[in-house]
Design a protein around this ligand. Structure first.
Ligand code: SF4
Length: 720
């Protein structure tokens, strides 16, 4: 058995649970990962990604030197290039000078509206803070966003509207204090495996009742008292019918409603349209199940709601999340331990990137960009002249790409994201990428989006740098450097600061001290100097155990659950809802509904897990189908099929699965050789601008083995 040179405590780079990892290092090589039994979040448990998914760091395809494209296409002629021969290796100075020159040239020619940036839910809080600062303070644009737009934007908007804040209200581990909890639109077992363990404990060891509301028969259904198998996109009628039952049967918490909410009377009037019978007709869920679920949740002592992207990733995602919020407000199941409204955040630091201002509508700390007082505060901290920061809301991720054209967005800077896997309707996204005038990709690999870039800036992985991540329950935790960065890779925060200094010089602005940080903790201090909720967070205080914000001062202990006495908006608000169906229903030509999502073994666009030993566990895409649908298509497990929507086609093998329900098929989002987002629709939620990833119409036809595509073939071909 090896004796490590050191064991470094850090936070998992995959999902929003935020498990503590101990990286065992010998000769500057991570050879093992463990976790202690007293780890506050995960108590000795890790899922397969946290335990074994770290070896992408050493993958031979890792980019370890800055690269500039040899040939520069004109707009509209940009092509995907994975081949290293398309690039020349350059020094950091040449790469950063070139990026600064091109960005400043475009900014001075076309102005702020031509500039845009994708921050990164995998990077640290400090790195996201710095990148949004660069684009806001130097290029004066709020065209700043990241993949929160693609996962929980509907939840964020709904929570802001109803409560005045958007994070998870309670600590995930508090589920064992609930006597009834709803899990909806979340395959928690695969997406947040450690929280799923706690949910199972709540049922098995503490006697809690679980209600699963989901179109798929997920593993958690085995632990549930009730499963409501609704048609994708019919959340609003089901949740609102539950509200109808709670009101009609007098199960509301009158004292809570009177003391802490507004808009109740108008909301109650709107419920007449949402009887359980109406909801059954729309959703396919038996009306008696809706009634039973409403009673079970409303009569609990402590009821809690957990939800995932199966709520928010719809063109009615904001209304769906509001439907859940209403249930908590009607019953007063909020503001106490074991209760609450808990959107389970996907990526390791999607919460933190949002908190740090990586969004088009908000500065750090959710301070609105159109709030004069907020803008003045950040101008002071960022050495921007009065009135210099843009007060207009910027473009969201999807809007950034759809605005790529002369007179619109010309330059895009992508840190660690992969829109060519994660945006909906990729055949259209591809044209937007081709039409960019200048694209920078800062990443570990040349992924499907980086393959369009003019410059690749090689970034250090999470194990090669310091910083903080914020997990799904608002816990700010340390990320620690365990090994030296590979090759010439550098931590994102140092790349951004170096680049900012060069841009500042070229813009002729007085050089400020604002980009000379000795360590990420100085960045955190700068953010905390303005954002009240972070004021008490220091690296010393989170050295061993993270702190859950708000942390108002140096002696504040952190906040495991929110809203004990009040809501940030004062009173919480009800909003009468309308049911708006999904943009595309199944029909004769496209008779199945496709829903997309993640697998336990993989992560997001696959940039990390497909360069890891995890890929061997689930090496190829599969379409999950119910046995009735498989019989209807005359296919069985292992057969190759062609799945087509009105936007694209993929070829992959069938898996007849007990998780599937008739009429609904599932394709995971991780596989470039059958990219699910070639099929998805780019219909957006009007308020949150989140795409409808969870429902579009497809047909399925038998394909030949020859039609199957290998991932290498996609790269050789240079496009999907
Ligand atoms: Fe990492 Fe999430 Fe797995 Fe924990 S549950 S080990 S945070 S991927």
């Amino acid at each position: 058995m090896l004796t490590p040179d050191r064991i470094v405590s850090t936070t998992c780079p995959y999902c929003g649970v935020g498990c503590n990892l101990r990286l065992h290092v010998k000769d500057d090589f991570i050879y093992s990962v463990t976790t202690p039994f007293d780890a506050v979040v995960n108590k000795g448990n890790l899922c397969v990604k946290g335990r074994f998914g770290y070896d992408f760091i050493y993958h031979p395809d890792r980019v370890t030197e800055p690269l500039i494209r040899k040939t520069h296409q004109r707009p509209g002629e940009r092509t995907q290039a994975f081949d290293r021969d398309a690039w020349r290796t350059v020094s950091w100075d040449e790469a950063l000078d070139y990026v600064a020159d091109r960005l400043v040239e475009i900014y001075q020619r076309d102005g702020a509206r031509a500039m845009a940036v994708y921050c990164c839910a995998k990077a640290t809080n400090e790195e996201n803070y710095l990148l949004q600062k660069l684009f806001r303070a130097l290029f004066r644009t709020n065209n700043v966003d990241h993949c929160t737009r693609l996962c929980h934007a509907g939840s964020v908007v709904a929570l802001q509207m109803a409560l005045g804040t958007s994070a998870m209200s309670n600590t995930a581990a508090e589920v064992v204090k609930s006597d009834c909890f709803i899990v909806t639109g979340s395959n928690t077992t695969e997406n947040h495996p450690i929280i799923a363990l706690q949910m199972k404990d709540a049922v098995r060891k503490h006697g809690a009742k679980l209600i699963v509301i989901d179109p798929r028969r997920l593993e958690l259904c085995d632990f549930a008292t009730l499963w409501l198998p609704l048609k994708p996109g019919t959340n609003v009628p089901v949740f609102t019918a539950m509200a109808h039952v709670i009101v009609k049967e007098g199960l509301v918490n009158r004292a809570f409603i009177e003391a802490r909410t507004e808009g109740y009377a108008e909301f109650v009037r709107s419920l007449d349209d949402f009887t359980p019978e109406v909801a059954e007709a729309i959703s396919g869920v038996d009306r008696n199940l809706i009634v039973e679920a409403a009673r079970l949740y409303a009569t609990a002592r402590n009821g809690a709601i957990y939800w995932g992207m199966g709520i928010s990733q719809f063109s009615n995602g904001t209304a769906s999340a509001l439907g859940l919020i209403h249930l908590a407000l009607l019953t007063g199941h909020i503001g106490r331990e074991g209760t609450g409204l808990n959107p389970l955040r996907g990526q390791n630091n999607v919460q933190g990137a949002s908190d740090a201002g990586a969004m088009p509508f908000h500065f750090p700390g959710y301070m609105p960009v159109d709030d004069e007082e907020a803008a003045v505060q950040w101008e002071r901290v960022w050495n921007v002249e009065p009135g210099g920061l843009d007060r207009a809301r910027g473009l969201t991720t999807t809007e950034i790409l759809s605005n790529v054209r002369p007179g619109g967005v010309r330059a895009l800077y992508i840190m660690g994201e992969n829109p060519m896997m994660t945006e909906p309707n990729l055949n259209v996204t591809r044209h937007h990428m081709e039409d960019l005038e200048f694209l920078v990709a800062q990443d570990l690999f040349i992924n499907e989006s980086g393959a369009y870039a003019d410059v690749i800036l090689p970034a250090a992985s999470w194990a090669e740098k310091d910083g903080t991540f914020t997990n799904t329950d608002r816990r700010v935790q340390r990320v620690r450097q365990a090994i030296a960065p590979r090759g010439q890779t550098r931590p994102d925060w140092t790349i951004i600061c170096d680049l900012a200094q060069r841009i500042e010089l070229r813009l002729g602005r007085p050089a400020s001290a604002g980009w000379s940080y000795a360590h990420p903790q100085e960045v955190m201090q700068e953010m905390a100097s303005v954002v009240e909720e972070f004021r008490g967070i220091t690296y010393e205080r989170i050295d061993k155990v993270g702190l859950q914000y708000p942390v108002f001062d140096a002696s504040h202990p952190g906040t495991p659950y929110l809203f004990a006495d009040t809501f940030p908006s004062g009173r919480a608000r009800f909003f009468p809802l309308e049911y708006v169906p999904v943009a595309e229903e199944a029909d004769e030509e496209y008779p199945f509904i496709l829903t997309t999502g993640r697998l336990l073994e993989h992560w997001h666009g696959g940039t990390m897990t497909r360069h890891s030993q995890l890929d061997a566990l689930y090496p190829a895409p599969l379409v999950e189908m119910h046995e009735i649908d498989a019989a209807r298509c005359a296919v069985k497990t292992g057969d190759a099929v062609r799945v087509s929507s009105r936007r694209g086609t993929v070829v992959l093998r069938v898996k007849v699965s007990p998780k599937a329900t008739p009429g609904v098929v599932f394709i995971p989002m991780h596989f470039v050789e059958a990219a699910a987002n070639l099929l998805t629709i780019d219909a957006l939620d009007p308020q949150a601008k989140i795409p409808e990833y969870k429902a579009c119409a497809v047909n399925i036809q038998i394909a030949s083995e020859d039609d199957l595509v290998a991932p290498e073939a996609v790269q050789e071909r240079g496009r999907y």
